[in-house]
Design a protein around this ligand. Structure first.
Ligand code: ADP
Ligand code: ZN
Ligand code: ZN
Length: 769
């Protein structure tokens, strides 16, 4: 008898939702990865097979050995789909669930086709099986058949004639003809019966973003020639090639300055993989997943490249997913979740900008794609390539400590140009000397010079650092959201205050509600206000200003349009948020300005120095990429901070010498592993009580189960104590670096009963603290 372990897709707070069912003999197509319909309690539920096994019914102990009662075993009712994932995928879901302490069914969902799975929906009285809302779409195409040449339609057969005439120029979609001629299905049938036309069904690939050709049936690519490799690139490829040959799941960090040709290394490593008939997954941060980026891969590998990101519609993503599964696409370039696409014979995973926080998912399962990829390549005997100009401290640490992690340094730009010189401008001093503009004197002068020379500048406004809020200059009052403990953002338009967490809006008060002072003034600035001030600075120069932020890029394709607008202008300034820090490659950008380098000014976060360092290095890399030399100006209120000084001199070891001892002393990664347990709910009292209780429970567990060196910090309100009307507390757990945090905490979370009033979530290896 065949038994299947099935993970049920049911809303549940419990972590484990795997149940055993009998697989009736007639379901020969039941495989790991299939969606199935199973009885569950007094209703039907959908689940996914994660394991199949044989059991000898004649053996009286067989069932009890597995802890099963044969009289209670129920059977799978129906197999609903082909297999979405293989056994390793199923194991990966299990791993995710245990490592990140997340419900198994939420982990399994990562592996299913976007929008393409059946669901159970409740009609109010009963549960009904709903077929996937998204699936492949076929187009019917029509062309002239063998009998067309001798065919002469009757005078009255107007539609027949119209169709045959239209097809003389080549094949057409039935839908197009119908649009033109109205209902034609019976005419088409007549014609095709006579052999005058031929009709064929063909898969349609729903279109991608503008500028991205569909993976199948796309036509033109700008083929890119392979350059001669620099010695660094050649070395990187050799290390990657050796790792690929050993096929033991090794990791290679390509630690290369911006412009050192990391992408070329990825391209050639992929080429090697394809030559061995291995597939490749390339992860890129969501915001650098532009048509430009995709074009570089398509330029080399044509339409074997699939694309996957969140700005695509579900239908588009479904089609790409299906291309990958069918083996038609052997390379996928995508955001975080593309790691879970069913790439056959996966040989290579590449993660560009591996230090990026966006590889960490901020909802359950709270996985870090970088860490999951390392697990995945080990299991599959594949190779992981990480690339960055500013690798994360964790990754540098791993390369240092582990034999299976290798690091290759590309110290120079591929075109031999020097890195641009960085000037740090102390804004506190500027302010003290009476210069009150957000553009320092030096930056203003440089901007004007750049524009005068007919060149381009990129200005970055770090929104993480300064929110644009109101501050009473007399008493220090800052207007806050009544339901979230954050300052309200000032919007020029309509002079309103808006909460960016919950959307709360209110009018700007005429005087300070605390002390009545009229000096309630803006502090920091949003992109709109910087744009207005910039327009003043550049008045009369004729310079074009392009603003790129969440507002101006929300429409589909807007991102690309703005970049094209900037590229095609002469003298111009691109003003944007962090999203401009990476990937932009414009030859005539000679000035890069960082308006405010200080990140996370208001939020305490152990990574803020690392982030500041990385951001400045990234953005500096945008300047002087081609013939014209570039310069970089960094404005900051913290000019002597080590992160800023180190970034300005491209001196990572200076930064690390300052940062690592602090991390060690204060017990932060990479010296410890952390878990952040979040407790939240509407009832302040209940949340606080639950948090304190849970903290005691965790402490007890840690004392009984864990080794030395663990600490559980007392329950505390989060930095953002109130968010969308809920109260938030957290408990921080720290463990020695090599310890398995999840294994110790998992049993506690497994047996925790769900509560209606208080929610609990755990974030293992949190990214934001
Ligand atoms: P990175 O990804 O490290 O920032 P890129 O791969 O984008 O660097 O390369 C920067 C520029 O150098 C690109 O325009 C690329 O075409 C070019 N390039 C890459 N490798 C070489 C090489 N070996 N010789 C000449 N130019 C190269
Ligand atoms: Zn005041
Ligand atoms: Zn709010």
């Amino acid at each position: 008898m065949r038994l299947a372990s099935v993970i049920l897709d049911i809303p549940t707070q419990s972590l484990d939702s795997a149940y055993t069912y009998v697989v009736p003999d007639e379901f020969v197509d039941a495989e790991v990865g299939c969606a199935v319909l199973v009885p569950f309690g007094n209703r039907q539920a959908i689940g996914y097979i994660v394991e199949l096994s044989q059991i000898d019914e004649g053996d009286p102990f067989a069932f009890s050995a597995l802890g099963l009662d044969p009289s209670k075993l129920r059977s799978i009712g129906r197999v609903l789909s082909h297999s979405y994932f293989d056994e390793l995928g199923a194991r990966c879901a299990q791993y995710l669930s245990e490592e990140y302490i997340a419900p198994l069914c939420s982990c399994i969902r990562l592996f299913t086709p976007p929008g393409g799975v059946p669901r159970m929906v409740h009609t109010g009285t009963y549960w009904r099986l709903e077929e996937p809302s998204i699936g492949p779409v076929d187009d019917r195409w029509v062309r002239l058949g063998p009998a067309a040449s001798g065919f002469a339609p009757k005078k009255t057969a107007v539609k027949q004639k119209a169709i045959v005439d239209a097809l003389a120029a080549g094949e057409l979609r039935v839908a197009e003809l119908t649009m033109e001629l109205g209902s034609i299905s019976s005419v088409l049938k007549t014609l095709s019966d006579k052999g005058v036309i031929e009709i064929e069904s063909r898969r349609r690939m729903r279109g991608l973003c503008e500028g991205e050709a569909g993976a199948a049936g796309s036509t033109s690519f700008v083929a890119s020639a392979k350059p001669e490799l620099t010695s660094g690139q050649a070395e990187a490829l050799k290390v990657i090639g050796d790792a690929q040959r050993r096929a033991s799941g090794e990791v290679v960090l390509v630690d290369g300055v911006t412009g050192s040709g990391k992408t070329e290394v990825y391209l050639q490593a992929i080429e090697d993989a394809l030559a061995r008939d291995e597939g490749a997954i390339v992860l890129v941060p969501e915001i650098s997943l532009t048509p430009q980026t995709v074009a570089r891969f398509r330029g080399r590998f044509g339409d074997t490249v699939a694309v996957m990101h969140s700005r695509m519609s579900q239908g588009e993503r479904y089609d790409q997913w299906d291309l990958i599964r069918s083996g038609a696409a052997r390379v996928v370039v995508g955001a975080r979740s593309a790691l879970f696409t069913p790439m056959p014979r996966l040989g290579l995973v590449i993660i560009d900008e591996e230090h990026e926080g966006s590889y960490k998912q901020d909802s359950s399962p709270r996985y870090n794609a970088r860490d999951v990829a390392a697990w995945m390549v080990r299991e599959r005997g594949a190779t992981l390539v990480l690339g960055s100009a500013t690798p994360s401290i964790e990754t540098l640490f791993n390369c240092d400590k582990r034999d299976d992690w290798h690091r290759v340094v590309l110290a120079e730009r591929a075109n031999g140009k020097p890195m641009p010189e960085v000037t740090v401008i102390d804004m506190a001093r500027e302010f003290g000397s009476g210069h009150r503009s957000m553009f320092s004197r030096k930056l203003t002068k440089a901007l004007l010079e750049t524009i005068e020379a007919g060149q381009k500048a990129v200005l970055m406004l770090n929104q993480r650092g300064f929110a644009s809020f109101l501050l009473c200059r007399e008493c220090g009052f800052v207007p806050e959201c009544p339901s979230c403990s954050t300052s309200l953002t000032y919007h020029e338009k309509g002079s309103t205050l808006v909460c960016h967490h919950c959307g709360h809006r209110e009018a700007v008060p005429p005087v300070c509600p605390e002390c009545g002072s009229p000096y309630l003034k803006k502090f920091g600035a949003g992109t709109q206000r910087v744009e207005a001030e910039l327009a003043g600075v550049l008045e009369g120069t004729g310079a074009h200003i392009v603003r790129m932020d969440a507002d101006t890029t929300s429409a589909k394709g807007a991102h690309q349009r703005l970049l094209e607008e900037f590229a095609s202008s002469g003298a111009a300034v691109l003003l944007g948020t962090q999203m401009i820090a990476k990937g932009l490659d414009f030859d005539d950008v000679t000035l890069v300005g960082v308006i405010n380098a200080d990140t996370m000014l208001k939020l305490p976060d152990f990574r803020s120095a690392e982030r500041t360092f990385a951001l400045i290095e990234q953005v500096a890399g945008r300047a002087g990429r081609a013939e014209l030399p570039g310069r970089v100006m960094v404005q900051t209120y913290w000019a002597d901070s080590c992160a800023i000084r180190a970034a300005a001199t491209y001196d990572r070891s200076l930064f690390l010498r300052d940062e690592l001892p602090k991390r060690r002393l204060l017990k932060y990664p990479p010296y410890v592993r952390m878990a952040n347990v979040l407790v939240w709910g509407k009832d302040e009292r209940a949340v606080e009580e639950a948090a304190r209780e849970l903290s005691r429970e965790i402490e007890r567990t840690v004392r009984e189960q864990a080794g030395d060196g663990w600490s559980v910090l007392p329950a505390n309100p989060c930095t953002l104590t109130r968010l969308r009307g809920t109260y938030r507390w957290h408990i921080v757990v720290k463990a020695p670096a090599g310890d398995d945090v999840s294994a110790v905490l998992l049993p506690l979370f497994r047996k925790r009963k769900a509560s209606k009033t208080v929610n609990v979530a755990i974030d293992v290896d949190p990214h934001d603290m």
